[in-house]
Write a protein that binds this ligand. Structure first.
Ligand SMILES: [Cu+2]
Length: 177
């Protein structure tokens, strides 16, 4: 699990940082009169740290940016056989302009709200989240998703929006192309 690896790395780094604090604290009681050599050492260390950061974080940034989970945002869009579903959140229901789409072909959701903020979350039959965006009044969020598998998907509100929030459920049927 990637989470476990990240957790281990985080704990290790936190431990290292704590060790540095303890070390500095332990050494802080010693008195030195000539700081020039110390300063020189510190500056050299600083340069080493700087280049170590550049050389590790630079490639890490490029690598992780390549993994962004968003589809390519074609400007203008909506053309070229894309299935469009207009979705409007209300207290407390969803209005969808259509409820059946084809599997394996991109679907574009145009999501907005008629009243307050809602969360537009699409879940598969096992209630695993497959895509989500926010439904905001006065603004239309564009969400693109291609359903790989047929089946009945559920749209649930993901943001508490009042008394009957839990009832904001609707279905999308994904059928064979
Ligand atoms: Cu809600």
């Amino acid at each position: 699990m990637i989470q476990e690896k990240v957790w281990l790395i985080s704990v290790t780094l936190m431990g290292l940082l704590a060790a540095v604090f303890v070390f500095v604290h332990a050494r802080s009681h010693r008195r030195e009169n000539d700081y020039a050599p110390l300063q020189k050492r510190a500056y050299r260390l600083r340069a080493v740290f700087f280049w170590a950061l550049v050389l590790t974080l630079g490639p890490a940034t490029v690598y992780t940016l390549a993994d962004l989970p968003y589809g390519s945002a074609r400007a203008g869009s909506s053309a070229g056989g894309v299935q469009v579903i207009e979705a409007v959140g209300h207290q407390w229901r969803w209005d969808l302009s259509r409820t059946e789409v084809k599997a394996g072909e991109p679907v574009e959701f145009l999501v907005t709200s008629a009243d307050v903020n809602h969360g537009f979350g699409i879940y598969d039959a096992d209630l695993r989240l497959v895509a989500q965006t926010q439904a905001m009044p006065g603004y239309t969020n564009r969400l693109r998703h291609t359903f790989a598998a047929e089946g009945t998907y559920r749209v649930l509100c993901m943001e508490y929006c009042g008394l009957v929030h839990h009832n904001m459920i609707t279905e999308i049927k994904v059928v064979k192309p």
